[in-house]
Write a protein that binds this ligand. Structure first.
Ligand SMILES: *Cc1c(COP(=O)(O)O)cnc(C)c1O
Length: 357
């Protein structure tokens, strides 16, 4: 790994009490370029702009995928990643689906640890605080030719993140637009999937909703995901979540929620959820909770579901009553080293890993 430390670090002017998520970047980043059929040196360099041509293939043909993950600082200042090997496996799955080269462990896992270690002072401490990390791969070849590119860049950038507490939101069950299709790229974290979701989401917002529950593209009768999160439904005391597929992204938070529900002995069924079942359960009072899960905010609880012009309200549950909030707390306690980690999910970021690389 080639290391070039910033000569002009911004950390001294970073205020962990008052910063803007998503556009405050830590002092360094990882970059690595792919050319002539192989990845070059992994570089840890000062964060900054890179020169690209508008003819770069990534922006013209959309070969671009990414990951979203977090580093957490416990009360003693120890820093942990959460199941990073899952993100490593998933970015390579996404890359393969988009005909992009896979990344190796040195670039992803070692790069990640070196970056987080070097900029560990950027990780805000305290309830809900973390460092949001974005590894990504995109085609950089300058060519207006609709084919697989020959040049790519892998990068890791990161931004401090605040409390994930979100107000309960209203979601619209999609009866027209789709996020993913059979044989498509729904299970890849492809940048284009986000682009395709913005317009339908904007329309739902104009109708007064915050987000969309995506349904299957052929019948719109089955739940798939909610926004950019996996979805869970609780009817009576049973939780349901649809099985992952080429249309449903294999979320790490989803997988963790399933494990935590099993550990608590909560009944968890991984099976298709029909819109009809959910609407009926709401009408007869057995629908207790519907929520989305993902790395960014962990859980978003839904207060209302919009379906065919009707607004179906959900009960407001306390932390003790809510499976969503109970499982969220279980997860966050493991992520932030407040609880035992029976699953071996936490990965400590050692200090000064750089001296050994
Ligand atoms: C990233 C993402 C998720 C959540 O995955 P996590 O690994 O839990 O963060 C769910 N659905 C979509 C479409 C996503 O892009």
């Amino acid at each position: 790994m080639i290391i070039q430390k910033s000569t002009n670090p911004r950390i001294s002017s970073f205020d962990p009490e008052n910063f803007s998520f998503g556009n405050t970047f830590i002092d360094h980043m990882i970059i690595c370029e792919f050319e002539d059929g192989k990845w070059g040196d992994v570089k840890l360099v000062p964060y900054g702009q890179l020169p690209f041509s508008p003819a770069m293939m990534g922006v013209n043909y959309g070969q671009a995928c990414f990951e979203g993950m977090k580093a957490y600082k416990d009360k003693d200042g120890k820093v942990f990643l959460f199941r990073p090997e899952k993100n490593f496996a998933r970015i390579n799955k996404s890359a393969s689906r988009l005909a992009m080269p896979e990344v190796n462990e040195e670039m992803f896992l070692e790069g990640l640890k070196a970056l987080v270690d070097m900029d560990r002072n950027w990780i805000p401490q305290g309830e809900g605080m973390s460092l949001y990390i974005r590894p990504l791969i995109f085609a950089t070849e300058e060519a207006l030719k609709a084919r697989i590119a020959n040049k790519y860049m892998f990068a890791i950038v990161a931004t401090p993140a605040k409390s994930y507490y979100t107000e309960p939101v209203s979601v619209k069950i999609s009866d027209f637009y789709s996020r993913a299709a059979n044989g498509g790229v729904g299970s890849a974290k492809a940048a284009g999937n986000y682009a395709a979701s913005f317009y339908p989401t904007k329309l739902a917002m104009e109708e007064g909703y915050d987000q969309i529950i995506w349904t299957d593209d052929s019948t719109h009768e089955y739940f798939e995901e909610s926004g950019t999160m996996n979805v869970f439904v609780r009817i009576n005391d049973t939780i349901y979540t649809p099985p992952t597929s080429e249309k449903i992204l294999d979320g790490i938070t989803r997988d963790s929620f399933i494990a935590l529900a099993n550990k608590r002995g909560i009944e968890m069924k991984i099976e298709p959820i029909s819109v009809k079942t959910v609407v009926e359960a709401q009408k007869n009072g057995t629908l207790k909770e519907v929520w989305g899960v993902g790395t960014a905010v962990v859980t978003t609880v839904f207060q209302a579901l919009g379906y065919k012009g009707e607004k179906l309200m959900l009960p407001k549950l306390s932390l003790e009553e809510s499976f969503a909030l109970t499982l969220q707390k279980d997860l966050v306690d493991i992520q932030t080293n407040k609880a035992e980690d029976p699953f071996g999910w936490r990965v400590l970021v050692e200090k000064n890993v750089l001296e050994t690389v």
